[in-house]
Design a protein around this ligand. Structure first.
Ligand SMILES: Nc1ncnc2c1ncn2[C@@H]1O[C@H](COP(=O)(O)OP(=O)(O)O)[C@@H](O)[C@H]1O
Ligand SMILES: [Mg+2]
Length: 568
């Protein structure tokens, strides 16, 4: 056995190791370098969702818009957002987004736009659009990578003169570089950002910026969004709701939704002086009862300093948490859009013939994360996806009011729609119907399947909630559609009868010599009576259908409930 192998065996106890000769080792040592997070994302921009020419441009708009909406929400401002996209060359565009939010202080503006993984939202369990702090700073980097140009910003706060500046990121240190900083002698409260990008493309498609903004307007009825496209066309999505949404509440993590690593991170900053105190004060739903159960389950003293907690002890805590019955997490931190607001915005933007909206009660997934589902089904009008093959079913997915236009196939929300047997709801050939299904999934923590944040993971409870909401709204839509079909059939019947009455009256008059007019009047009366009878029959049939659908839904609910008891 070689010396190195012997060493590994003794010191680490592993019998697999790779031995290199000394020249290779020196070369490897020289090649060993550190990289900043900015350098990492510069090489891996697809991880930020920046891939595909059309998708990239939409993602840029998304990053700026979500920040503006978050900022306005936090300071209780009704958002007025202005988006402009200018084509300045081949696959070369300039994006300008202006908001009337709180603005950013001179001290923080550099970090906000010029440092990756920096921001105000990362360490909070709160229902917000941004989470990681790699949104607008990612755009700054993409802009400088593709054009060599800086991002221009004007930002103003209440009671202060606005400032204008240009920002780039020094990728080596992931630090902002600010140039041309000036104070402006104007009145402006809010933030305007302007940056240029090459290798991107504007398309007026389902995955383009205009559709993204249309959907943002639908899920944010309190926002006014104006957009000027590269052709100079201006589109304004007016606000349909005038009150500012209540600010989402920040919540503490629930013991069932925590990991060992998170405990280790939390103890570093806790103000508590004992592990017991830390568990009571830094978690949701913990108290004397859970502490007494925890005491029995762990082998160390809960009075120890939490800063001295080691990995194995944190692991013991997590194991114990699994067996303790905690009250389900508080759900009052969630802020749904609301049925009336969704109804108003869909009526204003999609103008459907029929619309049904449902906001379900909050539920919990993975034991520790509260969430809530909102569904609407719109039929007719501008509902459905326009294709060369006619109208198709359109699924609009949202997470915390943010449209998710990409990666539909991977998403629990799509899977739930696909799992519904629409024929049962009398929506035959649902795929080819003028239907828009709106789904908003809200949570303090969205279980995204990837860093691109475009699809929700198949959590069992999430699938179940979306399915139940779809069954309920699907039934209402189905009843409307059946009524409408019957109506159309009856109209057709009426038309046919009336078309032939004059001919029959004439023929009967020839044979019988009875007055043609009299025959006509009598026949019309007869037809009316017959149609009335038919309609009564139809109404009876519809009622039966409604009852049947309601029973179907109830029995699916029972099956689901038996499978997995709902958490209180
Ligand atoms: N339009 C804006 N108005 C106010 N603050 C903003 C705006 N845009 C960005 N910020 C600040 O910059 C931070 C970083 O933004 P970003 O990189 O998009 O990350 P995230 O949104 O995930 O926090 C935000 O957390 C916020 O504090
Ligand atoms: Mg953001």
């Amino acid at each position: 056995m070689k010396v190195g192998e012997q060493l590994v065996k003794e010191e680490i106890g592993d019998n697999e190791t790779v031995i290199t000769n000394s020249a290779q080792t020196v070369k490897l040592d020289q090649a060993f370098k550190e990289h900043s997070v900015a350098e990492f994302f510069k090489k891996n921009k697809q991880m930020l969702g920046f891939y595909g020419k059309v998708r990239t441009l939409t993602m840029i708009v998304h990053e700026y818009i979500t920040n503006s909406l978050d900022a306005c929400e936090e300071t209780g401002t009704l958002p007025n957002l202005d988006v402009k996209i200018d084509e300045i060359g081949s696959e070369y565009y300039e994006v300008t987004v202006t908001d009337n939010g709180p603005g950013i202080s001179q001290e923080n503006v550099g970090k906000a736009f010029g440092k990756l993984l920096a921001g105000t939202k990362f360490h909070r369990l709160i229902q917000s659009r941004g989470q990681q702090g790699i949104g607008c700073s990612g755009c700054t980097m993409l802009s400088q990578m593709t054009t060599g140009k800086a991002t221009k910003i004007i930002t103003g706060r209440v009671g202060k003169k606005p400032i204008s500046l240009e920002i780039t990121i020094d990728p080596k240190f992931n630090e902002p570089k600010i140039t041309n900083l000036k104070e402006l002698d104007k009145n402006f409260v809010g933030t305007a950002v302007q940056s240029k990008f090459k290798g991107v493309l504007y398309r007026d498609s389902e995955q383009g910026p205009l559709e993204y903004l249309r959907r943002t307007a639908i899920s944010n009825p309190h926002a006014q969004i104006s957009f000027r496209d590269p052709q100079g066309q201006k589109i304004v999505f007016k606000r349909t709701h005038n009150s500012i949404p209540e600010l989402p509440k920040e919540i503490k993590p629930h013991p069932k939704g925590i990991t060992v690593d998170e405990i280790i991170t939390m103890v570093k900053t806790t103000k508590a002086r004992t592990v017991q105190g830390f568990i009571i004060s830094d978690f949701d739903r913990t108290g004397a009862k859970s502490i007494s159960e925890l005491k029995k389950a762990v082998r160390f003293d809960l009075n120890k300093d939490p800063k001295k907690l080691v990995w194995d002890e944190a692991e013991e805590i997590i194991r114990a948490f699994k067996n303790i019955n905690f009250i389900a997490p508080s759900v009052d931190a969630l802020r749904p859009i609301g049925e009336e607001q969704i109804r108003n915005s869909l009526n204003s933007i999609i103008k459907p013939e029929f619309l049904t909206v449902l906001t379900r009660k909050p539920a919990v997934y993975a034991g520790g994360f509260p969430f809530q589902v909102e569904i609407a089904i719109a039929y007719g009008g501008d509902a459905g996806r326009v294709t060369t093959d006619g109208k198709k079913m359109e699924i609009m997915r949202f997470a915390n009011r943010v449209p998710l236009p990409f990666d539909a196939g991977n998403c629990a929300l799509t899977h739930a729609v696909q799992s519904i047997d629409w024929k049962r709801y009398n929506i035959k050939d649902a795929e080819n119907s003028p239907v828009t299904i709106f789904i908003n999934f809200i949570s303090v923590h969205i279980p995204y399947t990837g860093a691109g944040k475009q699809s929700v993971a198949d959590e069992e409870e999430v699938l179940e909630e979306v399915r139940l909401a779809l069954m309920n709204t699907g039934r209402r839509a189905g009843i409307y559609i059946s009524h409408k079909k019957k109506e159309e059939e009856n109209q057709l019947k009426r038309k046919m009868f009336y078309k032939y009455i004059p001919e029959i009256a004439r023929a009967l008059n020839n044979i019988t010599n009875f007055s043609e007019d009299e025959i006509k009047t009598k026949m019309e009366k007869l037809v009316l009576e017959k149609l009335k009878l038919d309609e009564a029959e139809d109404a009876k049939e519809m009622k039966k259908l409604e009852e049947q659908m309601e029973n179907d839904e109830k029995s699916s609910l029972n099956v689901e409930n038996k499978k997995k008891p709902r958490k209180k």
